[in-house]
Structure formats: C-alpha cells, structure tokens
Design a protein around this ligand. Structure first.
Ligand SMILES: Nc1ccn([C@@H]2O[C@H](COP(=O)(O)OP(=O)(O)OP(=O)(O)O)[C@@H](O)[C@H]2O)c(=O)n1
Ligand SMILES: [Mg+2]
Length: 398
C-alpha cells in the first residue's frame, strides 16, 4: 500500500474531494514511489481553483497563484497543490506568463514533460497513466509526453531536466527525445541561468553523472551552458570520474576545477557570492593538494571544514580512494583547529606588552598560532605568555 508520506498527504486529497473537487498525487513523488526511491516533495493536482484551495485549508501560501499553485501546510509539512492546467501563451520558450485551467486530469497530464512524470495516483493508490509512464519506468526510458518539439518549445529547461534525470536515475533518452534535444538545444539560451543552474547542480550530484555528461556532449547541449561552449574536452574528462559527490560545494568545486572555472565564470552561472567563496577555497586548495602526502599539519589547519570536499575531489581527479575519515581524525587531533581556540587573545597580549595595538599584534598572534599548531608550545595561557615574551626578544635581537 501507499507509503507513510502519501498517507500523511491523504487528508489533503480527501478534504478536496469532500468539497466536491477532484484531486490526485502527481509528478516526481508518484514517479519515485513507483521506482521505490525516497520521495521528494509531494505535488497534488486538483480541479479546485487556487482561491477555492485557499478557502478550504486553514494554512496556505499563494506561492504561484498565476500558475495555479498554492502551498498548503498541514502538520508542518508543505504540499504544492496545483489546479489542473495547460500552459497558456508561450513567450520566448520560457514557462508561460498565463495558464489556462482545464477541467480534466488528462489534459493536465498531457502538458507535462516526460511520461514518467505524467502519472497520477488517487487516494486508493490506483495509478492513472494515460501516456505509458509506468512502461517507460520499466524500460528505464525518458520519453516526452507526445511531441518532443512541442514540449521543449513550451519550456526549454525540460532538456536540462531530461539530462538531470539521466544522472539521477541512470535512465536512457528515447531516440525521439534525444533527437529533439539535438534539434532544439539552442532554445536553452532563452532560459534564466538560475533555473539552468538548479538542474545542472542536480546533474552534477547524480550517481549517473558520467552518463549525463556524455549526453550533454553528444547532444551538443553543453554549447548553450554558460562558459562551457569551449570546454568539450574538459567535460569529457569530468565524465570519467566515478566518485559521487556528497555535497553541492564538492560537486561545483570539482566541476569548476576540471573545466578551469574561476570567479568570473562562476559569476556567469549566477551562483550566490557566499557559495562562490566556498568553491574558490576548494579550488585554491586543489592547486597544491595533489596527493595524500600534501595533507600536512598546515594544509589540514588551513582548510579544516573543507577537508572532506577537497579530499574527495582530489581522489576523484586522481582516480584514487578518498581518505576523508583518516584526515578528519588527523585534523581533530591538531592542538588547535582555528585561531579562536588559542588560549591567549589580542587583549591578553596588549596587557602583557603594555603596547598599543598595531601590525605587531597580528604578526605576534600568527607566530603563536603557528607555534601551537606545530607543538612548539602548549596551548596554555601562561606558557603562551612566556613564549610570546621570548619570541619578542628573539625578534628584537635580530
Ligand atoms: N519544466 C517542467 C517542470 C515540471 N513539470 C511537471 O511538474 C512536475 C513537478 O515538477 P518538479 O517538482 O520540478 O520536478 P519533479 O519531476 O517532481 O522532480 P523532483 O523529484 O526533482 O522534484 C514534474 O514531475 C512534471 O510533471 C513539467 O512538466 N515541466
Ligand atoms: Mg517535485
């Protein structure tokens, strides 16, 4: 029978039905349920209009009223409830500005991207599958609903979605779907970079990333991704890596490292600045950490929280085993993990030397930090004071 997440969501369907509307589970959750994979968000399609949905449920957020979507919150879980619709007028190959609500589930499913995503399930767990989605799941095949050209012209992002599903599920593209991507790949130029980046990130994180990257190359879709048109060879290199990234920072940093992206290129992908900063830290580390022996007391200390990312990327690029656990143990065993753990601070030193703050202070703290890290002195306040005074004398003598 239905799993727990669906059971929880059942009350939403039942409430809608009690008010005389049709309602079904649709989209990725039904697909993943049939594949016995962990479910993401649960989407519900209904004949009720957004205003009706908002009046029926006590807790709702109008997240996309224009597209017919209302978020319903029940017992702390949010569900996207979307009115049966077909896309309206298409502008510039992006999702339409307006939608037309339709009365039947069939028409709603008909406008969805792939057959595996166009399966509905009712409150009894019965499957409604007018486009052969379950068969496609069995065949492990990604196939557009109806005419591929139409589906990709409605929303060109769907071509990226196809490849990210390849990466996540290991499925193949049907011949007609692949041909259409080759033919309409250029439409991706009309899509907001942020939306492309979301799909590309999922592609980078998938267990079948290599297969997806190979298809990105085979279909020439990579030509329409920011800063990648000239990076065919580098992308092909990325496709040879077998380690599945465990984190988005790791995924992007590995990608950036292989295709030689720097700040400028990462900005073109419109990634948030704080995230770019994290990726750049990993890239800097990868320039000099090439083998396990490059992990020294100093590099462990410098990159601390980034060690897992960096080590996994290093290993992936070298077709080597990552030694994350070992390195984290070594990192934890360091006398200090960051400057805040020093048993002495700036104020202590100002008092000790009866001097005004100045550049000398930063140098002094850095010297103490290095000395503690390399076990030249114990991390104890009195010992550090003593060491600081001696250090100062030594400096003055030279
Ligand atoms: N460009 C798009 C985006 C979405 N959909 C439809 O809307 C559903 C929900 O979209 P979304 O949550 O973005 O994707 P999922 O398929 O649910 O994948 P995930 O599990 O990653 O959320 C999809 O299954 C598909 O039926 C579509 O037809 N065209
Ligand atoms: Mg979803």
């Amino acid at each position: 029978m239905m799993n727990e997440q669906f059971q929880q969501a059942l009350s939403i369907i039942e409430t809608l039905k009690r008010h005389g509307h049709e309602a079904y589970f649709v989209g990725g959750a039904v697909r993943d349920y049939l594949l016995q994979r962990p479910l993401g968000d649960i989407d519900i399609a209904t004949s009720a209009h957004p205003q009706e949905v908002m009046s029926i449920f006590p807790k709702t957020v109008p997240v996309g009223i224009a597209h017919g979507t209302v978020m319903v919150i029940e017992r702390g879980v949010s569900y996207e409830v979307t009115t049966f619709r077909k896309e309206g007028r298409y502008e510039d190959y992006r999702r339409p500005k307006e939608v037309t609500f339709v009365s039947s589930l069939y028409e709603d499913l008909q406008r969805r991207d792939f057959t595996m995503n166009a399966i509905a399930m009712n409150e009894h767990g019965d499957i409604i599958d007018p486009f052969g989605g379950t068969e496609a799941l069995k065949q492990r095949m990604i196939e557009t609903v109806g005419d591929a050209a139409e589906r990709f012209n409605e929303d060109a992002l769907r071509m990226m979605r196809a490849l990210r599903f390849v990466s996540q599920l290991g499925f193949s593209l049907s011949t007609k779907t692949k041909q259409a991507i080759i033919q309409y790949g250029h439409l991706l130029q009309h899509i907001a970079v942020e939306r492309i980046a979301v799909e590309f990130e999922k592609l980078l994180l998938g267990p079948f990333m290599s297969k997806a990257i190979d298809l990105l190359i085979e279909t020439n879709l990579f030509c329409y991704l920011p800063e990648l048109a000239t990076k065919k060879r580098e992308l092909a290199q990325l496709a040879t890596y077998s380690i599945v990234p465990t984190h988005r920072t790791e995924a992007w940093a590995r990608f950036a490292f292989v295709v030689h992206f720097h700040q400028k290129e990462l900005k073109k992908w419109k990634l948030p600045n704080h995230f770019i900063r994290d990726v750049l830290i990993c890239l800097k580390a990868l320039e000099h950490i090439r083998s396990l022996s490059d992990w020294t007391v100093d590099t462990l200390y410098e990159y601390g929280p980034y060690i897992p990312h960096i080590e996994r990327i290093r290993a992936a690029c070298k077709h080597d085993e990552p030694h994350v656990h070992l390195l984290l143990k070594r990192w934890e065993a360091l006398p200090i993990r960051n400057r805040k753990e020093l048993a002495i601070n700036g104020n202590d030193l100002l008092t000790l030397f009866e001097r005004k703050a100045g550049p000398w202070l930063a140098t002094m703290i850095e010297n103490i930090e290095r000395a503690v890290l390399h076990r030249k002195v114990e991390n104890e306040k009195e010992k550090l004071k003593e060491w600081a005074v001696c250090n100062q004398r030594r400096e003055n003598n030279c």
